[in-house]
Design a protein. Structure first.
Length: 129
């Protein structure tokens, strides 16, 4: 099984970045998808991000490399757009973009904001396993 990235609130941005509306449909957030991952006991990462955020941009290649690691093969990743999904940002009680929140099933296991050190991000993801 490979890591799944599910984008929250990026339905308009993803087609512009990748040139296809089909990708946006595949990565649409629903509360049901998040709840299903929780109920299944999956390791989960919620990344509160913004396209203009330089820290978020620095986090993305680090996260991509970690997600490719077999250790994180079951990790479910939900990207939440800080600007367009204020309802979801509020639900996760995030106060800024570049926030990373990990869950193991229904339990939050860790949280950081503005972190760009690969070792620290890896340690945070470990908490979801």
């Amino acid at each position: 099984m490979t890591t799944r990235r599910i984008f929250l609130g990026l339905a308009a941005v993803v087609p512009m970045l990748f040139g296809t509306a089909a990708l946006a449909a595949e990565m649409t957030y629903t509360p049901a998808a998040f709840e299903a991952a929780q109920k299944a006991g999956k390791p989960i990462l919620v990344h509160i991000t913004a396209p203009w955020c330089t820290t978020c941009a620095a986090q993305k290649p680090i996260l991509a490399k970690l997600e490719a690691d077999p250790k994180f093969k079951d990790l479910q990743v939900f990207d939440v757009d800080f600007d367009s999904r204020k309802d979801v940002v509020k639900r996760f009680e995030a106060t800024m973009q570049s926030t990373l929140i990990t869950y193991k099933g229904g339990k939050e296991t860790g949280r950081s904001a503005g972190e760009t050190k690969p070792e620290a991000i890896s340690s945070l993801l470990d908490k979801a396993l």
